[in-house]
Design a protein around this ligand. Sequence first.
Ligand code: ZN
Length: 320
Amino acid sequence: MYLKFRVSREPANDFIHLFVNRLAYGIQATKPLPNGSIPYYLARDWLTKAPKLLDADVVRMHLNGDITINLFAINPETQRSKWVAVDADFDGALQSLIELQQALKQDGVEAAIEQSRRGGHLWIFGAAPLLASEFRIYIYNLALRLGVPVKCGLKDGIEIFPRQDRLEEGEYGNALRAPLGVHRKTNLRYWFPAAAPRPEAQLGYLKGLPKLTEARLKALIHGMRFPEAYRQVVAAPYTSIASPSGQREFRILELVRTTRRDSRNWWAKCPSCSLVGRDRTGDNLSIQIKDSRFYKCWAGCTKDEIRAALGRPIRMKQAA
Ligand SMILES: [Zn+2]
C-alpha cells in the first residue's frame, strides 16, 4: 500500500503553479472496470453538473493520496500549456525517454523524468505558458530526428501531451494523470527519482529546474514545421444514410464518426467505451477499410456491447 501524507498549502500551491493549466480536472474512479482499467471522470458539481474547479484543497487531497486527479494540457483561452509531457509506456520506454532527455540537454533544455508502471513521463516546463502548437513542433521533430517511436494507431511509441495544437470552444483535449499521486491500478506512487520520495522534496526539485523560455523555444523551432509523418487526422466518411429499401442493414461507418485512418483501418471513438466515459482519445475502435463488417474495440468491448451502445443490438429482430 501507499504512504498517506499530510501536506500543507504551500506544496499544493507549488503544484498548481507548475502543473495546472486550467481549473477543470478529472478524478480517477476507485473501482476498476471489468477489463481492469480505472477510468477518470471529469469532476462535476453533482447538482449543477458544471465542471468543478480545482483549488489547493483538491491538490492537497491528491498529494496526500486521498484522491487521484488528472490534468488537462491546454488552457483554451490562450491555447498554451505550462508544460509538455512525453508519455512512454512500452517495452524500451525508459530508454526512449533518456534519449530524449539527453538530446534536450544538448539544446539547453532541462527535462525531468517521472517513473511510472512500465516507463515514465518526461516533463519540460515553460518559464511562462507556451503555445501548445510550438511545444509540439519541437518535440515531434526531436522524436523524428532521434528515431524515437511515436504511438500511431496500434504502433507503440511515445505520446506527447498536449495532444492538440489548439482547442475549439467547449473542448478539453486530453488529460494526463497528475504526478506525485497514487496510481489506482497499482496503489503505488511513482516519483521523480532525482529527488527524495516526498511531495515537498519532489516539488522543490521541479521548482528549481531551469525553465524553457518562449524566445528559446521559438529559436529552437525556427524553420521547423510539424512533421508530415505524424499528421493523423483525416476527413471522416461519416454520413447518415437511410437505406432506400427500408432494410436496416448494420453499417458501423454510418453510426460512428471516425477520427483518422491508417493503411488498414478507420479509427473511431468506441461507442461502448464512451458510454462509461472512456476512450477520451477517440481511437479505441478500429474498422477495417477493406470490409467494414470487421471492427474491434482495442479496450476489450465485445461486438454485442458495441452494437447495443449504438442502439442496434445484434439480437434485435430485423424489421421487415
Ligand atoms: Zn470499447
